[in-house]
Write a protein that binds this ligand. Structure first.
Ligand code: ADP
Length: 397
């Protein structure tokens, strides 16, 4: 071990189906990100671990390694420079109705995450692999689970129920859960602080626009409505996901094309959204460039994306008693000025007027609307930081 070994740090883990992202937080109140990295293409001969440290980017082949091999390699790397973690925080996508906030992991929590796996079959199992691998590597180190769904558990039944036979909810868990909760919680909280809003009397709408997109209405610090539902397919137009469609579409496609439900589900998740409409790309930056160069389908995809987002924001506003701010975050929300400008142009009825100069360079000022407009802000999301903060809070002795 080097001289850095006495540093105390929190390790944040985000396990996907074939990848593990990790970051280290240390310093005052564990708020500084010391290091981050990614193990990807797990289970294939190309499996590789890359990490970004102050010395620059580093790379190590994992040669067919799985989640457990990746986490062992990460632990070995960390041991060399930092020692063992003080605590470990895991992102877990689905906490169902069992988890309304972040929790210290024990056998009951593991069973609870397993029980939610049927609601998130691609996401919860890899999170469990990560938890178990780190439990065996560091049996004495406390671990915390932070759920994407937890922040939305404050939704009232009128906002989370679908109008379908009630026993689908009671027997099968069919309801709206919402996702990206850690991001919405962070940016809405930041908006309240930056605008010095009354903690007990405010209304904020956060729009997390990345490859997946969702928006959430937050009233007095609690989520009251959100655009994603039973799965992350509902709601806004996304990179490759359709967002809302007529539920009758499935029967229509099955009838006209003879497609199976699995084919239809796959097409709505992977071939739709910005990619499906443009026929070009799921990547907003590519579409903006193509639209600027005269590509009509790229322009159309952007138009639909912006209009549908504005329409959802209008709907979310109905769950608030006042609207103090709209927050843009995620790769598109943080970087795509033309998208923010178009969305705000649709929202004049809610009192928004874009300050085009500020929108081009939100920088430190974050506010992108005129002084007499309802506030719209750009706030970079910090999901890993939030996981580290929850982990610190729950493990502090
Ligand atoms: P993920 O949801 O996978 O974390 P991100 O939050 O990184 O994704 O968002 C990815 C999206 O952000 C992509 O559509 C990408 O094109 C878009 N994006 C990133 N930078 C820019 C930019 N400068 N201009 C427009 N879009 C951008």
């Amino acid at each position: 071990m080097t001289g850095l070994a006495s540093t105390t740090f929190i390790l944040v883990i985000n396990s996907g189906s074939s990848s593990v992202k990790f970051s280290l937080f240390g310093g005052h109140l564990f708020s500084d990100e010391l290091l981050s990295g990614l193990a990807e293409r797990l289970g294939t001969p190309e499996a590789v671990l890359t990490w970004q440290a102050s010395a620059g980017k580093q790379r190590e082949s994992l040669d067919g390694g799985d989640h457990s091999a990746a986490l062992s390699a990460i632990a070995k790397r960390l041991e060399a420079d930092y020692g063992a973690p003080f605590a470990i925080g895991h992102r877990v996508v689905h906490g169902g109705e069992a988890f309304t906030e972040s929790v210290l992991i024990d056998a009951g929590v593991i069973a609870g995450i397993e029980a939610c796996a049927s609601l998130a079959p691609l996401h919860n199992p890899p999170a469990l692999l990560g938890i178990r691998a780190l439990q065996s590597l560091y049996p004495q180190v406390p671990q915390v689970a932070v759920f994407d769904t937890a922040f939305h558990q404050t939704l009232a039944p009128e906002a989370f129920l679908y109008a379908v036979p009630k026993d689908w909810y009671t027997n099968l868990g069919v309801r709206r859960y919402g996702f990206h909760g850690t991001s919405h919680r962070y940016v809405a909280g930041e908006a309240v602080q930056r605008l010095a809003l009354d903690p007990n009397d405010h209304g904020v709408i956060s729009a997390h626009l990345g490859n997946g997109c969702s928006a959430t209405a937050v009233k007095n610090g609690r989520a009251v409505d959100t655009t994603m539902g039973l799965t992350p397919l509902e709601g806004l137009v996304m990179g490759t996901r359709s967002g809302d469609v007529d539920p009758g579409l499935h029967a229509y496609l099955a009838d006209r094309l003879g497609w199976s439900l699995a084919q239809i589900n796959d097409a709505l998740n992977r071939q739709s959204g910005l990619l499906g409409l443009s026929g070009l790309s799921n990547d907003m930056r590519t579409l903006i460039e193509a639209a600027d160069a005269g590509n009509a389908d790229a322009e159309l995809a952007i138009d639909v994306f912006c209009f549908r987002l504005a329409r959802k924001i209008g709907g979310l506003a109905m769950s608030l008693s006042r609207l103090d701010a709209l927050v843009f975050t995620g790769g598109i929300g943080e970087n795509a000025a033309p998208i923010r400008s178009r969305v705000l142009a649709h929202l004049g009825v809610l009192g928004f007027e874009c300050d085009e100069a500020a929108n081009l360079k939100p920088g430190e000022h974050v506010r992108i609307t005129r002084a007499d407009s309802t506030a719209a802000l750009v706030i970079p999301t910090r999901e890993e930081f939030m996981i580290a903060q929850d982990t610190q809070r729950l493990t502090q002795r």
